[in-house]
Design a protein around this ligand. Structure first.
Ligand code: GTP
Ligand code: MG
Length: 203
């Protein structure tokens, strides 16, 4: 009796609701650089790796952050065309999607939008909050959020009722990283009746 009481209290203290966030986007968009920036901004004593040493992702890159009393597990997937077919394996288990756009690459903006549409058309992501990040804002000639936003808001029927936001960011300088994650955390919590966290079922 005493044991179970103490154990219950212990669990209450250490257990955190856990959510999974997918990081998607074309190759070279800056997904892995973004994940590093997020870990650096939101993890105490995190020893960052040199962002310029990051190479293209083949497979899966995992990062964990604790913010506002919840735990976020980030899944950063490779964006190359051959690897995109692996993305949908993760949809059913994810609680949010961060879609990274290279705002400095006008040649591939349409390709990026088409890929985004394919992602959000999936039944397995129904109702999941979407954060579109117009990345590489530190590059002088890049498209601003005013230019990127209307492109990604075009297919309202695919976005439906879920939360969707387009925000400017620079994964390299870290500018805008906190704001995006804070917005996403609020959405994830609000949406948790639809997509409950992992630990809730166990307790
Ligand atoms: N100037 C600038 N460069 C960036 C930014 N974010 C990423 N990059 C650069 O863009 C390139 C690709 O970055 P990655 O983080 O490897 O891109 P990725 O989306 O993970 O690519 P894949 O793993 O192939 O899907 C690297 O040379 C980064 O340094 C940014 O905010 N500003
Ligand atoms: Mg990568």
């Amino acid at each position: 009796m005493m044991y179970s009481l103490l154990y219950g209290f212990y669990k209450y203290l250490v257990q955190k609701d856990e959510y999974c966030v997918l990081i998607l986007g074309l190759d070279d968009a800056g997904k892995t650089t973004y994940l590093e920036a997020a870990k650096m901004k939101l993890t105490k004593n995190y020893s960052a790796i040199n962002p310029l040493k990051i190479t293209t992702t083949v497979g899966l890159n995992i990062g964990r952050i604790e913010v506002n009393g919840i735990r976020l597990n980030f899944w950063d997937l490779g964006g190359q065309t051959e690897l995109q077919s692996l993305w949908d394996k993760y949809y059913a288990e994810s609680h949010a999607v961060i879609y990274i756009v290279d705002s400095s690459d006008r040649d591939r903006i349409d390709e990026s939008k088409e890929t985004f549409d394919k992602v959000i058309a999936s039944e397995n992501l129904k109702g999941v909050p979407l954060l579109v990040l117009a990345n590489k804002q530190d590059i002088p000639e890049c498209m601003g959020v005013r230019e990127v936003k209307p492109i990604f808001n075009k297919n309202a029927h695919l976005i439906g009722k879920r939360d969707c936001m387009v925000m400017p960011v620079s994964a390299l300088t870290g500018e805008g990283v906190d704001e995006g994650i804070r917005w996403l955390v609020d959405c994830i919590k609000r949406n948790s009746f639809l997509r409950p966290p992992r630990n809730q079922e166990e307790s």
